[in-house]
Each structure stands twice: as structure tokens, then as C-alpha cells.
Design a protein around this ligand. Structure first.
Ligand code: UD1
Length: 338
């Protein structure tokens, strides 16, 4: 079975490609390296012993996507490609809407023309906004996104739902990720953010290795046991397995459906810092700062639907996630830049 993976050299994409290859799928990656590095392809080859078919292109270049579909008999698409920096999206809304939405529209149009109607879409817990209930189930209504990045995920979910209504031949799974962290056990691939990290884990990792001075903890006056925000961190390897299980589910012709991919457990910022200290073996300096606009106090998933329907459940706990993040950080202090 041939799977086209857009954004396949990115953080979640690369781990998913390895899992797909290890499960006997043939993988074709397209990526424009906007937020990734060509070195990822070498690392995937090193881990899997397989050379991957790769195209450096952009979903905005529709003609190039058409050519790829013409050349390969693709059975399904996993669509990761998209801009994802929350803060940047606030400053560059047009770029975000254009890239994420037009890119996906192009992709779906080419898929439709080629009668490839099996799609897994990389979505986010961000679509729930400040969720009406915790833990969050897929029945929770979508909320109000707090930034253009979040709105692109929200709108694309709606667009794909409308597509399935119009043409029931489509099978689409929306995977709503909670907070992906960790790295491949080999330490060869992991998260390599551009510039100063926005997300908690890569920030902690860079403080732990001495590249940054101190973790700014955004608020300690939330209504949580230690006052800091609680999130559902999930190992990227568990996410990768979730995608392979979702590919299998597509064969059951589910129409359109969404799954939460999290662990079902929440950890506070201070608990994560403590777990990382355990992993790296030394103290991590932190300082309390004001709340970050748009943050919610508590966000964690109920993952029963994925357990029952995909036969998927997260295997790794917070200690292993931090140990694997640290292993990647130590082995690649400058990420993929050699
Ligand atoms: C963020 C995005 C979300 C996106 C997800 C992808 C925002 C508001 N939300 O989720 O849309 O889908 O990343 O992984 O950016 N924190 C600190 N100090 C830091 C960084 C974070 O205290 O330097 C705290 C935050 O306040 C939060 C927790 O750590 O309580 C997790 O933050 P982060 O890793 O940025 O993820 P989310 O905000 O949950």
C-alpha cells in the first residue's frame, strides 16, 4: 500500500514515516523544508535501512502535486504539511491562511481528480478552544480558536467535513493531537524548532543543555494544584503508531471521524520540569512570568474513542518522554544543523 505523506520530514511526520515503513507501507514524502531539514531523510534511511521516495515541493505548486499523483499509484494520504507557529500566525495571518488552507484545497482537489479519497488530517486539540468539559471527548463542541494557526485547523476540519457530505466516497480521519513531545529512541530524529522554541518541552531541553538560561513559567495562579497550566503530553512515537492504526481504520470506510490522541493524563508545567530534571540529572532553572495570552488552565484528553475504534492507546509515560527528548537534545545540540 502506497501512502503519500505531506510534511513527512517534520517532527511528527518523520516519526510517522518510520512507523509506516516498519509496518510494510510504501512511503512517498513531499516537503518544502520550510520547517525541517534535508538531513531528516538520511536519518530515516539510517533507522529503517530503506530509501524513501522524496519530492521537494510545495502544496501551493498544484502542478507538481499532480505530477506526483500521475507517477504513483497512491492509496492514501497523511497530510501534515502546514505552518504551525502560534505566535507567528498572529503576525502573518494571510500567510497562514493562504499556506494551510490553499495548500490543503490543492491537495484535496488533486486527490479527487485521481480518485484517491482516503485522507488522514493532522489536527490539534486547539480546535476545542477553552473546552466545555475536561477530560475532552470528541463529542465536545469545537470552540473558539485563539489565533490564526488554530483557526486554520478549525476551518480545515469543517472544509473536510463538507467534502465528505458532498461526496460520501471520501474517508477522512481527523487526528487531534494534544501536546506531542519526546523523540525516536535512537536519538537520530526529534523536534528541531526554528529559533527560540515557543513550546514548553523544546524550551526546557535547551535550558537543560545550557543554550538558554531559564524556563519562563507562564503563570502560577491558575486554578490547578500548583497553579501552573496542565497539559496532556504524548510521546511522538505513540502518535506515530496512532497514524498507522488510523490508516488501517480508513479501510473500514469510516466516512469522516475525529480521534483525540493524548494519554488521558495531565501534567503541570512544574511537574514536567521536575520530570525533565530527573531525565537530565540536574536542576533546571525557572522563573515565574505572567500568563501567556490565549492559554487555558487545563487541557487533557479522553482517548476512549481511539482505544475502542482504533485499538490504540498511548504506551509511554512522562518520564520516558522526557528521557527521549533529552537523549535527542544531547546527541543533537544544534538539531539537524551539523
Ligand atoms: C501549543 C499551542 C497549540 C498547538 C500546540 C502544538 C498555544 C497557545 N497553543 O499548545 O495551539 O496546537 O502548542 O504543540 O501556543 N509554557 C510555559 N513556558 C514556556 C512555554 C510553555 O510555561 O516557555 C506553558 C504554557 O503556558 C502551557 C504549557 O507550558 O501551560 C504547554 O505550552 P506549549 O508547549 O506551548 O503548548 P500549548 O500551549 O498547550
Amino acid at each position: 500500500m502506497k501512502i503519500l505523506v505531506t510534511g513527512g520530514t517534520g517532527y511528527i511526520g518523520s516519526h510517522t514515516c518510520i512507523e509506516l515503513i516498519n509496518n510494510g507501507y510504501e512511503v512517498i514524502i513531499i516537503d518544502n523544508f520550510y520547517n525541517s531539514n534535508i538531513e531528516v531523510l538520511n536519518r530515516i534511511k539510517k533507522i529503517t535501512n530503506k530509501t524513501i521516495t522524496f519530492y521537494q515541493t510545495d502544496l501551493l505548486n498544484k502542478e507538481s502535486i499532480e505530477k506526483i499523483f500521475y507517477q504513483h499509484n497512491i492509496n492514501a494520504v497523511i497530510h501534515f504539511a502546514g505552518y504551525k507557529a502560534v505566535g507567528e500566525s498572529v503576525h502573518k495571518p494571510l500567510e497562514y491562511y493562504h499556506n494551510n488552507i490553499t495548500g490543503t484545497l490543492n491537495l484535496c482537489d488533486v486527490m479527487r481528480k485521481n480518485d484517491v479519497k482516503n485522507l488522514i488530517f493532522s489536527s490539534s486539540a486547539t480546535v476545542y478552544g477553552d473546552a466545555a468539559q475536561i477530560p475532552i471527548t470528541e463529542k465536545c463542541p469545537k470552540g473558539t480558536a485563539t489565533n490564526p494557526y488554530g483557526w486554520t485547523k478549525w476551518m480545515l476540519e469543517q472544509m473536510l467535513t463538507d467534502l465528505c457530505t458532498a461526496d460520501p466516497d471520501w474517508n477522512i480521519i481527523l487526528l487531534r493531537y494534544f501536546n506531542p513531545i519526546g523523540a525516536h529512541k535512537s536519538g537520530l530524529i526529534g523536534e528541531d524548532p526554528n529559533g527560540i522554541p515557543n513550546n514548553l518541552l523544546p524550551y526546557i531541553a535547551q535550558v537543560a543543555i545550557g543554550k538558554l538560561k531559564s524556563v519562563g513559567v507562564f503563570g502560577n495562579d491558575y486554578n490547578t494544584p500548583d497553579g501552573t497550566g496542565i497539559r496532556d503530553y504524548i510521546h511522538v512515537l505513540d502518535l506515530a503508531v496512532g497514524h498507522v492504526k488510523a490508516i488501517k481504520k480508513l479501510l473500514d470506510q469510516p466516512g469522516i471521524t475525529a480521534y483525540n490522541l493524548g494519554t488521558g493524563r495531565g501534567y503541570s508545567v512544574l511537574q514536567v520540569i521536575a520530570a525533565f530534571e530527573n531525565a537530565c540529572g540536574h536542576k533546571i532553572p525557572y522563573n515565574i512570568q505572567p500568563r501567556r495570552t490565549g492559554d487555558v488552565a487545563v487541557c487533557y484528553a479522553n482517548c476512549d474513542k481511539a482505544k475502542v475504534e482504533l485499538n490504540w492507546e498511548a504506551q509511554f509515560g512522562i518520564d520516558e518522554m522526557c528521557a527521549d527528548s533529552w537523549n535527542w537534545q544531547v546527541k543533537n545540540p544544534n538539531g539537524y544543523t551539523l
